[in-house]
Design a protein around this ligand. Structure first.
Ligand code: GRF
Length: 195
């Protein structure tokens, strides 16, 4: 049987991408086909190289002209898209072409601390500043709005007295690495009727 092929989209360091690559290496029905980024200098490229995995930087044209973006996905025979710290909006044409085939992870308990401009350390800073006792991660389907697709999974962690943005970010990353690969596996298997 041909394996189901994931593309991971990432704009940054790519620690989630790496945990997903590691999880699916040697998997019997799912494989990571490639990494796509909007940034040439993103750390995720070096992580992909560690695993001899192709990683591409999308040109501005490719990112903004959905036909070109889709050509790239079709050429690479991508079945399912995983966003892991990808900071660009996904064009509606892609959402339509991959219905319930695109997932994202967000480092807060959506709908709290979501929406335009809410990413990375800004989220953790807002969580601390507003005195939240707990925060967490949300894995959700992607629609054409930021952070508004249906929630698939959430996990929580405490915000501790004296937490800094860095310490909270680290706790959130641990939660992401522990859960995102398994949740992806479960939804991909369900989508493609793999048992
Ligand atoms: C993660 O916290 C993810 O939730 C958010 O962006 C961050 C990416 O981190 N969407 P990394 O590049 O995977 O280390």
């Amino acid at each position: 049987m041909n394996k189901i092929r994931l593309a991971i989209l990432a704009s940054g360091s790519g620690s989630n991408a790496q945990s997903i690559i590691e999880y699916f290496s040697g998997h019997d029905s799912i494989e990571v086909a490639c990494i796509l980024s909007d940034k040439l200098e993103a750390g995720v490229h070096a992580r992909a190289a560690l695993f001899d995995l192709p990683s591409f930087t999308l040109s501005d044209e490719e990112r903004t002209r959905p036909g070109l973006f889709l050509d790239r996905l079709h050429e690479t025979r991508v079945d399912f898209l995983v966003l892991a710290g990808y900071l660009r909006r996904i064009p509606v044409e892609l959402v339509n072409e991959y219905p319930r085939r695109i997932v994202n992870i967000h480092p807060s308990l959506l709908p709290k601390f979501g929406g335009k401009g809410m990413y990375g350390d800004r989220i953790h800073a807002a969580v601390i500043e507003t005195g939240q006792k707990e925060t967490g991660i949300t894995i959700h389907w992607v629609n054409e709005q930021y952070d508004e697709g249906e929630v698939i999974f959430q996990a929580t962690c405490p915000v501790l007295p004296g937490d800094t943005v860095g310490r909270l970010a680290e706790r959130i990353h641990q939660l992401e690495h522990a859960h995102y690969p398994r949740v992806i596996e479960a939804v991909v298997k369900e989508c493609f009727h793999v048992h």
